[in-house]
Write a protein of this length. Structure first.
Length: 255
């Protein structure tokens, strides 16, 4: 896999002192399998416990088969495995993708032990797609920052250590190591906004601008820096206007 220079993997080491265990989220696709395999093979954090967690949304007819596939992958890598079951069905008027995402992250937040880290396998191309989605939603700089490499999550942290790697690089790694995975058929549904961008828009952009994913991801990083700067400046302004422990702001200071 080629690292495109974002330095994201250092975040695992950065948060190891806070985390006695790392929990990659396991799915039947190639990305989580690559993450699990790389962590198990390279052991970048000596002494850190490693165990995978899978979320069964109960939405696909093959969900049970996917769950067993994930369990078998963990057994082959000699890793502890946990599966969580959630009701990912959407409420009236709710997006199916949003309903599944909310159910998944709610369950993972509740499950993650205090001080531990959950790792997910989003990559550089996912980040570029997220930036485009946020642009089309009219988001500000915080939204345009897309997915943070590290964020607080429940009682622990959520890490995305593959944001520096492309989809192509992860597939090449999986094939090189003869990994076996299952494709989620919903990933081919271009009725889903992200899939439309992935299958219809991004190939056109890359025809004209081959480094489109890398460039968009760099812009997301600039937006993240701008958002952090604005947050810091706002905090300084509030502290100057409201010294001490009071949680009020003087009207005169806001004029």
């Amino acid at each position: 896999m080629r690292d495109h220079g974002t330095g994201r993997n250092s975040n695992i080491q950065k948060h190891h002192s806070k985390s006695p265990s790392l929990h990659p989220r396991n799915k039947p696709g190639h990305r989580p399998h690559v993450l699990l395999h790389a962590l198990a093979a390279q052991q970048p954090l000596p002494g850190a416990a490693l165990g995978a967690v899978h979320v069964n949304h109960g939405l696909q007819a093959d969900a049970g088969h996917w769950q067993e596939h994930c369990r078998a992958v963990c057994q082959a890598l000699d890793l502890p495995y946990v599966d969580l079951r959630v009701d990912g069905r959407p409420a009236a008027g709710e997006s199916p993708e949003a309903a599944a995402r909310h159910a998944r992250y709610r369950a993972l937040r509740e499950w993650l032990p205090a001080g531990h880290c959950l790792l997910t396998a989003q990559h550089l191309d996912d980040q570029a797609e997220t930036l485009l989605l946020q642009l089309l939603r009219g988001s500000g700089v915080r939204g345009l920052a897309a997915m943070p490499a590290v964020t607080e999550f429940g009682a622990g942290h959520l890490l995305r250590p593959l944001l520096a790697f492309t989809r192509q690089g992860l597939v090449a790694y999986a094939r090189h190591h003869d990994l076996r995975w299952i494709e989620d058929p919903s990933n081919a549904d271009t009725g889903i906004d992200r899939n439309y961008l992935r299958h219809r828009i991004m190939p056109l952009l890359r025809e004209r601008w081959p480094a489109a994913s890398e460039t968009l991801t760099r812009s997301a990083g600039h937006c993240a820096g701008a958002a952090d700067l604005l947050t810091g400046l706002a905090g300084r302004d509030i502290a100057a206007l409201s010294p001490g422990e009071t949680k009020t702001l003087p009207v005169t200071g806001l004029r």
